[in-house]
Design a protein around this ligand. Structure first.
Ligand code: UDP
Length: 325
């Protein structure tokens, strides 16, 4: 069966993508240093423990499996954290990716699907955001991803190394069967924290910023189901294998939800109230991020199939029944 190297495949979006790849006939080879990933998430293909900064290990794994292409999730991903230790974000996300790209080229691989982010847009001047919107990230995390996007464009321009850059909005939800889901330690993301609060595992939810220029003062985000993201990666691989050209695509639902609206929806869907406190803004947060997702539909035939309710139901199922605590 055709192998795809999935760097960071033991993480949240990576593991859901491995499941989707497997269901569509590929063998996902997970390459992960397990710093944030979980060995038990590598269920649909072999797990090779390794770091993207380790060239020797990468060469060894690429020689062993001879994958047709790479999907690259391996990265540090927290906005707030990136403002505390930017050097680590550049070392891991930029230097590590250059190392992975050099190893791929040495192994004769010339196709990659790269996890980027709506954080590369910074503070949008118009909503919804399309891919032509200027990219001016406001935190080191977003800048680390934008630098890699620029590197990938040069590799395509000068060497024909093709890439599909996927700019995720807010990934959420879980496998409905509860085999995998969102599992970060510590957890910093809004939906899992709201669910943990609903489950009584946290005393309250703190809204980080209530004075933004939005309809209720809290940030607006576009939550997209991880199953939809996973399907987009498999489509992006098919696109590259069918000689499709390089592109950068937004992956979002196209709907904006404020943090306060999100909390009301979580309380309604799971049928439990919990305490909500107002807190200060979190450094590096953009006031509003909502995708125009039309280009992904045109390029990959992709459109989201799952709504916010389904995101919350599957995330609640994962957190209450399966997440090891
Ligand atoms: N957020 C919040 N309280 C929390 C965690 C997150 O108010 O305990 C807000 C955060 O400030 C942002 C939104 O929820 O406006 C989404 O944050 P998350 O970390 O989930 O994703 P990000 O947008 O940073 O990728």
């Amino acid at each position: 069966m055709a192998s795809i190297l999935v760097a960071g495949g033991a993480g949240y979006i990576g593991a859901h993508t491995c499941l989707d790849l497997f269901n569509k006939g590929f063998t996902p080879v997970v390459y992960d240093n397990l710093s944030n990933g979980h060995a038990e998430f590598a269920k649909w293909g072999p797990l090779e423990v390794g770091d993207i900064r380790d060239r020797g290990r990468l060469d060894e794994v690429l020689r062993k499996y001879r994958p047709l292409a790479i999907i690259h999730f391996a990265a540090a991903i927290e906005v707030g954290d990136s403002t505390k230790d930017p050097g680590f974000y550049y070392e891991n996300n930029v230097a590590g990716t250059i190392n992975l790209l050099r190893a791929a080229q040495a192994a004769g691989i010339d196709k990659i699907v790269f996890s980027s982010t709506c954080a590369t847009y910074g503070i949008p001047t118009s909503i919804p955001i399309d891919e032509g919107h200027s990219q001016s990230p406001i935190n080191p995390y977003g800048r680390s991803k934008l630098i890699v996007e620029q590197i990938l464009r040069d590799l395509d321009l000068y060497q024909g190394f093709r890439s599909v850059i996927l700019r995720y909005f807010n990934a959420a939800g879980a496998d409905p069967e509860g085999r995998i889901g969102e599992w970060h330690s510590p957890e910093t993301h809004a939906i899992p924290i709201a669910i943990e609060t609903a489950l009584g595992r946290r005393p309250y939810f703190q809204v980080l910023g209530t004075d933004y220029d939005t309809r209720d003062g809290s940030c607006v985000r576009d939550f997209v189901h991880v199953l939809d993201l996973a399907a987009a990666h498999t489509s992006a691989i098919a696109h590259l294998l069918n000689n499709g050209g390089s592109c950068a695509l937004n992956l979002g639902s196209g709907h904006g939800t404020t943090v306060k609206e999100l909390l009301a929806t979580v309380q309604h869907v799971v049928g439990r109230d919990f305490e909500i406190k107002q807190g200060p803004r979190r450094e590096g947060d953009s006031p509003a991020l909502v995708a125009d997702n039309a280009l992904a539909e045109r390029a990959l035939g992709w459109s989201p199939r799952h709504d916010l309710q389904s995101i919350i139901v599957t995330a609640f199922n994962w957190h209450s029944n399966y997440l090891p605590i």
